[in-house]
Design a protein around this ligand. Sequence first.
Ligand SMILES: Nc1ncnc2c1ncn2[C@@H]1O[C@H](COP(=O)(O)OP(=O)(O)OP(=O)(O)O)[C@@H](O)[C@H]1O
Length: 634
Amino acid sequence: MEQVHLTVLYERLDDLRAEAARHLATAQPAERAYWAGETARLDSVADGLCFGRVDLDDGSRLYIGRAGLFDGDEPLLIDWRAPAARPFYTATAAAPEGVRLRRRITTRGRTVVDVNDELLTAEAAGEHDLAGDAALLAAVSAGRTEHMADIVTTLQAEQDRIIRDPYAGVLVVQGGPGTGKTAVALHRVAHLLYARPHLRTRGVLVIGPSTLFLDYIGQVLPGLGENSVVTATIADLRPGTPVSRTASDEEARRKGSAQAAGELASAVRDSVHVPAEPVEVVFEQEALSLSPADCRRAVRRAKHAGLPHNQARLVFHREVVTALADSLAARLEAVTLTDTGEAIDGGDPDGRLSAADLRALEAAGVIVDWTDSAPRRLLDDTDVARLRDALLADARVQDALDGIWPPLAVAELVPGPWSPVDIPLLDEAAALIDGGDGTTYGHIVVDEAQELSEMAWRMLMRRCPSRSMTVVGDLAQTSDPAGATTWPDMLRPHVADRWELAELTVNYRTPAEIMAVANEVLADQPGFRPSTSVRSTGVPPLEVTGSLDLLGDLVARMPGRVAVITPQRHLAPVAHQFPEVVSLTPGQAKGLEFDSVVVVDPDAIAASGPRGRNDLYVAMTRATRSLAVLRTRQ
Ligand SMILES: Nc1ncnc2c1ncn2[C@@H]1O[C@H](COP(=O)(O)OP(=O)(O)OP(=O)(O)O)[C@@H](O)[C@H]1O
């Protein structure tokens, strides 16, 4: 019976796809992007189009899926993001929200292969802690691939709440490893794009810690029918910056601190020097003098313009040149002409003819009726404007002005060779100097947000004028020396109290046996809250002590997709020896997951720096099934 409805749904989808393809073929250029997007969306929702059904107390029945489909006004399929779909995720036997029956529908291609019913009646109350236990356990126990899958069929109530949270400021989602922070953030993006369509034009950006991570999560949003979201690392936001070294912890801390922004701002400010003495500016054989007072006034006006340095410099030029042109015009006017156009000498010490001179000249018949024409203006406004342009274009004038307000380049303020911690400084310098590239987004998601330095936050805030963000992270996993220790410290400078905290508490990735060992690593850390695993496997992690030679045997015993996580110094030899498995440092493993993980030399990882134990915790929480720990003998 579900097969009949599924067939109807796919027929409707096929009709819509055919229609979109027709439009795409004939669309005017302005509409082509829309139809291309629509075609991609309809293609991407086809897999697993319908996955659920709710039967309501009033006798109505709703099918839930990846897109909304209608037959005229009649809904055939409700988009999972629609308010009407919500009870599918949140209804429980204790609080059924008008739902009598929840059905999970498993399909392969266009065929229904399984249905699973839950009756939400009073008698069933108390039987289920987590919605759809069986479906959830099947999903979290499934083998992993190199790409994260969406969780739209098994979203849990605490996750659903965050996904649909209408809060428009900065929503921080804090939660232990494997609690679904990344998954929730991505589903929240899909929901935001559905609930606030204007975000499609303003753009959504997802920031992740590495290209590897972005690649891992890259299929989730397209699978939810959303193809327009930009994903990037912090470094990707300044493309074309060559990064050729790594920074020491001390350098990372220093350059990550917001103080670095103050230092850059001072450097830009201090590059402007108002001279104590008049500056001589030679223009077409005229020696003009720019007084410190004129200069100071021009600097002040340029600064008041509130523009980036290099643009404010043009205001300064205009102001100075106006003063220079006026004094040049005054000097030219001071040269009085005979009626045949020849200059005559004379005048008082400031270069102008005095009233007495003019009277004398009139008496001598050189000029007529001086009182009518005095003070004579030989140059009109257009002439003076031309003078200003000529002054502005003059190389010597420019040299003189550059001595006062020099043009700046980003690389002068933040000299290379650069490491990743220089990227936010280069961006800050660009903002101060020329305003940066001006790209902004309507919403930004920051994943592994605990790793961002104060300077990196500044960089993101510049790109999000609306301060609408979803920030997900776990302070217990911070490894960056300049990363967060508290959320208020990181966010308050930018949003004051316009942020909210939501928490996720259930670990869907890591079995209880692995978490028990991982939690020990941070047990004595103040404020550390161990998360609860949704399942156990009955298999404790394997602990082996010996040489690296044992690694081959360990790797061979691990089921599924295997990663070896090792301190940097073993990385190259391990990668060389085991090309068939993924070899990573703890930093590279951030946000990723595998069926099995072998952690090499845990003591060295823990001792690798002030946040080494956080790194070890990250490494030990990447496995969905099996963990082995190889301690090497010193
Ligand atoms: N409701 C759910 N149904 C099925 N799988 C889920 C659910 N919630 C989370 N998962 C799975 O749990 C795993 C961990 O999720 P995710 O990577 O989003 O966690 P995280 O909190 O970001 O972890 P970390 O902080 O360690 O990076 C993923 O494989 C995800 O698909």
